[in-house]
Design a protein around this ligand. Structure first.
Ligand SMILES: [Zn+2]
Length: 116
């Protein structure tokens, strides 16, 4: 999983290709992500107690994670991510373009710690 909630991401396919925005929600099970302002659809709602006017409601729908790249906070490029172990045994993801680390993705484990 290369995207976390709150990440700045770039959409690489579909109507919103090229858009950069924040990932609002990641569904690991379905492999989908909801991105702010991306894949907006109008949901038509009937008149009801909660919504006495009825009408159209604009909301974002989830898109496939594979159509989304992480934007590197260090070099600014949209990039694939790799993962690597740090000296303390924790795992982080990193930018494949510039090599900058982009946050821990697993807690330290002694097994992977560098002892020297
Ligand atoms: Zn980078």
């Amino acid at each position: 999983m290369h995207i976390k909630e709150g990440d700045l991401v770039e959409v690489t396919a579909g109507d919103d290709r090229g858009t950069r925005a924040k990932a609002l929600k990641v569904d690991r099970q379905a492999g989908k992500v909801i991105i702010e302002g991306v894949n907006r659809v109008y949901k038509h709602v009937r008149r009801s107690q909660r919504n006495p006017q009825g009408g159209r409601l604009s909301k974002e729908m989830p898109i496939q994670l594979s159509n989304v790249l992480l934007v590197c906070s260090s070099c600014g490029a949209s990039t694939r991510t790799g993962s690597r172990h740090l000296d303390d045994g924790s795992k982080e993801r990193y930018c494949k373009k510039c090599g900058a680390g982009m946050g821990q993705i697993a807690p330290p484990r002694a097994r992977y710690a560098k002892t020297s």
